[in-house]
Design a protein around this ligand. Structure first.
Ligand SMILES: Nc1ncnc2c1ncn2[C@@H]1O[C@H](COP(=O)(O)OP(=O)(O)O)[C@@H](O)[C@H]1O
Ligand SMILES: CC(C)(COP(=O)(O)O)[C@@H](O)C(=O)NCCC(=O)O
Ligand SMILES: [K+]
Length: 245
């Protein structure tokens, strides 16, 4: 019987069924603020699974998820003490977000190491996996969403914007100027961080992006060699293979 994989991150919580062969067709997601026992019953009630690999970086929602799933087999909370197949080259392993570990597991398995995995989520995380493979740490910065509403909230005349590929760098309207600032500015942030991480790493890392905003940002960044929307879930699946029996 398949496992249930859960990626409980700050904007969206993703669910998928999986087994030893791969992630199965059955997928769902909920806005993380909307996670309640009732929403879980409605989303997961009809699914057939035994055992859950819970990757959570939202403790109050992890409690709701664990309580709801306890009756449906073992629930393994991914953490640095799980069997991840990675060495941990990090002085404070308990601090590492479970999604960062899942991304490291997934990138090492799918693309090898050394690697840099960039997850464009609520925050954007850059995680370094050295040959070994070993989790080495990385960078955390505000996610692209921060570029959408900060100015609208903090200025009198600027609106909240939808983030789209700018027509040009020279904006011919307030919204065009803000979109150029958001997308080109953000790609610059990513480019600079990649360059500094590379300089501190041995070898030539493969660079893989995931997360909801990956496709848009990676489109203008040739340094990003792969965009893999399922990477986090694949890391969670591999953790289930090792930790759920
Ligand atoms: N299907 C989708 N539904 C909602 N947001 C999406 C979707 N695809 C991409 N996004 C964008 O990706 C952003 C980050 O979402 P996600 O990667 O799920 O964040 P997190 O992993 O931090 O919960 C969202 O704020 C949104 O702008
Ligand atoms: C940095 C994160 C918020 C990213 O999570 P997300 O944007 O996917 O919701 C998450 O990995 C986290 O809460 N980490 C704990 C702190 C750390 O990793 O150092
Ligand atoms: K994420």
């Amino acid at each position: 019987m398949p496992w249930l994989l859960i990626d409980n991150s700050n904007t969206r919580t993703k669910f998928a069924l999986a087994d030893a062969t791969g992630i199965l067709e059955t997928r769902a997601w909920l806005p993380t603020p909307d996670i309640t026992p009732e929403a879980l019953a409605a989303t997961l009630g009809g699914l057939d699974f035994h055992g859950t690999l819970l990757c959570s970086v939202v403790p109050e929602k992890a409690r709701i998820l664990r309580d709801h799933l306890a009756a449906r087999g073992p629930v393994h909370p991914l953490n640095y003490q799980s069997d991840t197949g990675l060495a941990i080259d990090y002085p404070h392993p308990a601090q590492i977000g479970a999604d960062r570990l899942a991304n490291a597991i997934g990138v090492a398995a799918r693309y090898g190491a050394p690697a840099i995995v960039i997850d464009f989520g609520t925050a954007v995380t850059f995680d370094v996996v050295s040959a070994g493979p070993a989790y080495c740490g990385g960078v955390i910065a505000p996610g692209l969403g921060a570029m959408q509403d900060y100015l609208g909230k903090r200025t009198a005349l600027l609106p909240r914007i939808e983030i789209d590929e700018p027509r040009a760098a020279i904006g011919k309207s307030t919204v065009e100027a803000m979109q150029a600032g958001a997308v080109y500015g953000y790609r610059g942030l990513v480019r600079e961080i990649i360059s500094r991480l590379r300089a501190e790493m041995d070898g030539d890392p493969v660079i893989v992006a995931t997360g909801g905003d990956a496709a848009l940002i990676a489109r203008g960044l040739p340094a990003i060699q792969h965009v893999d929307p399922d990477l986090t879930l694949e890391g969670i699946r591999l953790a289930a293979l090792r930790n759920l029996h």
